[in-house]
Design a protein around this ligand. Structure first.
Ligand SMILES: [Mg+2]
Length: 297
């Protein structure tokens, strides 16, 4: 599969998981069943009263990270941060507590703002940096660069080693598929080896599908390891409820890299309201990779 196909699959995968799961965020599986049966279509609504195909913070912050890296690949922190602040100024409907605190109190030092949020809120091990980290693997053809950007963007808002670790594992999986030609299960197995997530290779999540980054990543890995298609991954995330848009976005990103854009049903990809922006971002990522390739091809 061509790299551009996987990159486009990854970005659309985040958006589709977000738009589908946004309908059922904060609901229980029983409430979802009563209202939707088994949700299979992007219909909008939910707690944020979404338009069908509208995405939330998960996709918008992913685009902030992508655009920041594209603007300043060698040192993207401030470019990413500027885009976080622009997005925050747009008064988004869906924004996590930790990120709201950081963006509302930032005074020139991202890591300090993240430390203050951790201190003031008593913890910051949410999934808000994991949900947006995929562009680090999509944009950089060298793992050292992808890893550095992945951890850095996490520390900008989440001062907790659990978040750094989750972003690192996630982007290792993406990178192995993008640049190493690895299959999904093989990529997951290598990335979780020696970590607390290793048991997910043979275990159920045994936790709520919550916004706690450890619970989120356990669910994401479980969905990826036990589904046979892109569609199945994002539908199961949506019908599990809880932090369903974010779990769907995170799982959808890796599912999209694995199955490629062509593996995402057209009735999903075609529904995303910001599809043109996603397409344009994909083209710029592919161009960045070409310019970084030996010989500038
Ligand atoms: Mg969201």
């Amino acid at each position: 599969m061509e790299l551009a196909e996987r990159i486009r699959g990854g970005l659309y995968g985040v958006a589709v998981g977000d738009a589908l799961g946004g309908t059922t965020e904060f609901m229980s599986p029983l409430e979802i069943r009563a209202r939707h049966g088994y949700l299979t279509e992007i219909v909008g609504g939910g707690v944020w009263r979404l338009e069908p195909g509208e995405v939330t913070d998960d996709t918008m912050m992913t685009l902030c990270v992508a655009d920041g890296i594209l603007a300043s690949p060698a040192d993207p922190m401030q470019a990413i941060g500027d885009r976080f602040l622009q997005w925050y100024a747009s008064n988004p409907k869906d924004i996590g507590n930790i990120i709201r605190h950081v963006l509302g109190t930032y005074e020139g030092d991202w890591f300090e703002a993240a430390r203050a949020a951790d201190r003031d809120l008593g913890q910051s091990a949410g999934n808000g940096s994991l949900m947006r980290c995929l562009p680090a693997a999509l944009c950089y053809p060298a793992w050292t660069d992808a890893s550095r950007a992945s951890r850095m963007q996490s520390k900008m808002t989440h001062d907790d080693g659990l978040c750094d670790e989750a972003c690192d594992i996630y982007n290792r999986i993406a990178f192995a598929m993008l640049d190493g030609g690895a299959a999904l299960r093989e990529a997951i197995g290598a990335a979780v080896a020696g970590t607390g997530y290793e048991e997910m290779l043979s275990s159920d999540p045994n936790c709520e599908p919550s916004g706690y980054v450890v619970h989120t990543l356990r669910w994401v890995l479980h969905l990826l390891l036990t589904s046979d298609s892109f569609e199945e991954v994002v539908q199961r995330a949506a019908n599990q409820g809880g932090d369903s848009d974010t779990i769907g976005a995170i799982a959808g990103g890796l599912a999209g890299v694995h199955w490629g854009y062509a593996g995402i049903p057209e009735r999903y990809a075609g529904r995303i309201l910001i599809g043109e922006r996603l397409d344009e971002t994909c083209e710029r990522i592919v161009a960045l990779r070409r310019s970084a390739a030996p010989g500038g091809q």
